[in-house]
Design a protein around this ligand. Structure first.
Ligand SMILES: Nc1ncnc2c1ncn2[C@@H]1O[C@H](COP(=O)(O)OP(=O)(O)OP(=O)(O)O)[C@@H](O)[C@H]1O
Ligand SMILES: [Mg+2]
Length: 334
């Protein structure tokens, strides 16, 4: 069931069209990810939903209610930004109490709500710390808790993980997913990190220049991009023109082929008429733990191949000649 519905949202700054007719439906309890390059309008779209900027056109419905004319504080929407913006001179508990006190709730109610939310973000032992005594990941969890404690009807997260270093980022990503599942909060998360989008999003909208290029589940976006922009933006698929793909496998194809590197199998085909052998030379190898990434060359066509490593098996060396096989039904055609 649609919970948040955006219809034909349009917005300009001067002559620049920033949002160009955005239609988007988000279901109740969904974690929806907005993914796109810098400047494509992700933050502007979130700010429009929250009411921090006013779009020129379009309608926004939340739980069946038109909210586009409501003041931000009457929309019941929580927002978490890339930079935590906590009050530095207040403890964690005081930071969390701030919004609740403005609602004039009883002291004991406030205290109970804060305890519950500190439990959700696993910061019970930091209630009396000040922001400067916390790590980046902990600060971002406080920022999340501060949004959660107000029990919003919608949670908007604008690159909440991007200021953190890689390891904390991955941990907090998993935690965010767990918290979102546990609270069942309908959420929209903005990122320009494909991995983050694919691992967090129930569905993903890929944005390009103020428009949504495609909305679909992660696997659908990954394997069946609607256009070249989405194909290039997601993952590191090989994009081969019709001529290149035809030359590679020695049979005529008339569409651009999108082929993920792990779809090529190393070794000669063993039966199966739909498989094509390709004679290759290894140009480059990078071994990254369980994965080996090859750049390969065949007939002047350069492409990427990925394979699993094994403990007791050597991988191919630069300059080595080999055969890889491909099944065209593992390619997506545009
Ligand atoms: N207040 C403003 N006045 C004029 N132009 C603006 C304003 N805010 C944003 N823009 C422009 O709108 C476009 C979209 O900006 P937005 O911040 O929504 O992008 P974004 O997708 O969030 O990018 P990033 O990934 O870098 O955060 C950009 O071209 C930006 O320069
Ligand atoms: Mg932004």
């Amino acid at each position: 069931m649609t919970y948040l519905d955006l219809s034909a949202i349009g917005m300009r700054y001067g002559d620049n069209v920033i949002l160009d007719g955005i239609d988007l439906s988000v279901a109740q309890g969904e974690m929806h990810v907005l993914l796109g390059p810098s400047g494509c309008g992700k933050t502007t779209l979130l700010r429009s939903i929250a009411g921090l900027v006013q779009p020129d056109k379009g309608a926004i419905h939340l739980a069946g209610l038109a909210i586009e004319k409501l003041h931000p504080k009457d929309r019941g929407i929580g927002m978490v930004f890339q930079h935590y913006a906590l009050f530095p001179n207040m403890t964690v508990r005081q930071n969390l109490a701030f919004g609740l006190e403005q609602r004039r709730l009883a002291r004991t109610v406030i205290s109970d709500k804060i305890d519950a939310v500190l439990d959700i973000v696993s910061l019970q032992d930091k209630a009396d710390s000040r922001p400067r005594q916390l790590s980046g990941g902990q600060k971002q969890r406080v920022a999340l808790a501060r949004a959660l404690v107000l029990e919003p009807s919608l949670l908007l997260l604008d690159e909440p993980l991007s200021a953190l270093d890689a390891q904390i980022r991955k941990r907090l990503r998993d935690e965010l997913k767990r918290i979102q599942r546990r609270t069942g909060l309908t959420s929209i998360l903005v990122t320009h990190d494909q991995d983050e989008a694919l691992s967090l999003g129930d569905r993903i909208s890929v944005m390009n220049k103020g428009r949504i290029a495609q909305t679909a589940s992660g696997p659908e976006i990954f394997y069946r991009p609607d256009d070249l922009f989405v194909a290039k933006f997601i993952g590191n698929a090989n994009i081969l023109s019709a001529a290149e793909f035809s030359r590679l496998i020695g049979r005529d194809f008339d569409q651009t082929a999108v082929i993920h590197p792990h779809m090529f199998k190393i070794g000669r085909a063993s039966g199966g008429s739909s498989l094509f052998d390709v004679a290759v030379t290894v140009v480059e190898t990078v071994v990254a733990g369980n994965i080996v990434r090859y750049v390969m060359q065949s007939n002047g066509i350069i492409f990427n191949v990925e394979a699993q490593t094994a403990m007791n098996r050597a991988h191919l060396a630069v300059g080595e000649e080999a055969t890889v096989t491909i099944d065209p039904s593992d390619a997506h055609f545009l």
